[in-house]
Design a protein around this ligand. Sequence first.
Ligand SMILES: C[S@@+](CC[C@H](N)C(=O)[O-])C[C@H]1O[C@@H](n2cnc3c(N)ncnc32)[C@H](O)[C@@H]1O
Length: 364
Amino acid sequence: MDHPTSVQESHGYLDFSQEERTNIWQAIIATRPQEISKKEAEKRFKFPEDTEALEILMLGSPMYFDSKKLLELAIHQPEFAPKLTAELAKRGAYPEILTILEHHKYRRCFNSCVLELENMLEDNKDRDNILNYFYKEMSKSQNRSMQVFSEYMLSKPEAASRNLKNYQTLLGIDDKKLQTLLHGKSLLMIGGGLAPIKDSLKAKNIDCKITNIEPLLNADTSGNSDQAIAQDFYDVDLKSLGKFEEVWSANNSLPTYAWDPEQVKIFYKKSLQAVAQKGHLRILPVYDFLDSITPAMRLNRIPVNNMSKRCLDMIKQRPDLFRLIYFSTAPEKKMLAFKKSSMQGVDIEVIGNSDDIQDFLRTL
Ligand SMILES: C[S@@+](CC[C@H](N)C(=O)[O-])C[C@H]1O[C@@H](n2cnc3c(N)ncnc32)[C@H](O)[C@@H]1O
């Protein structure tokens, strides 16, 4: 695909040549209702002389205007940008859309522009590729390092410190089941946060070896886990850690915050490889990821969610290797939006042997 279109024009804002005005004028007259004569239509319609009237005409009837002119308007009037993005998406004018997204990436209208783009592409079989194209182009100027993520996360530390009780509630694990699943066993937490999970298990007389791959963890991790790995999950050699009876990637860790669909695929491959036979990988949520850390990341929430569904569909096709149980969390009242939300999770029990699992994961 092409690069973003330049908004630099040799002439002024919404400056139309006489020829352009005539062409637009004729196009509008040509689409008059049958009962109105051409003469009457010519009398009624005049090409607007003042900019405000022209802007309103362009917003209401964008089909008469070329994509470059719509781009000019979308850049100058942020509140018009979403509707113009929809029109440009209908035309496949992706370089113009990219310019709009780049220009408005830190404005309130950005999310609405992305929503319009996503909706307009809904029936397009290439939707994920197109959205990923925007993600890739935009991420050229946006850092996607773990440091960016950690700064974002540390700005709301309560979201990274959910306690054991919270995990139990969301994963549907009562105290009795917790004892059975974890006592004398090993637990790998992926993005397990900062809460004193180890201490809370000890208080319940559960002796479990916890490994937590959590970039936010600092020096004092004794109450959190036995083995704290303060690294990006994608940089950790999981094979060197052995197998775990329980692997939890829960409460909005990965794949929620995967930067792109490829990372989602790697997440499934790596985490499933870490589960011992008859052990479980618990993921919550498995889709409907909405959070994004950068504007670029917002563009590929649909492709990332679709990749998670695709991986699960493939996993489901191997009942000889895996047993899947989907679950939903109880609706949680969101303080500000006054609406209730519930998350979809999955419990994947690994029933196949290690070699067969590995063969399968190569095909994912
Ligand atoms: C919303 S917090 C949830 C933390 C914890 N699960 C809890 O409930 O308190 C998301 C967590 O995912 C972790 N995370 C995101 N991407 C990660 C990655 N690539 N590798 C390891 N951890 C990651 C973050 O560091 C963060 O602690």
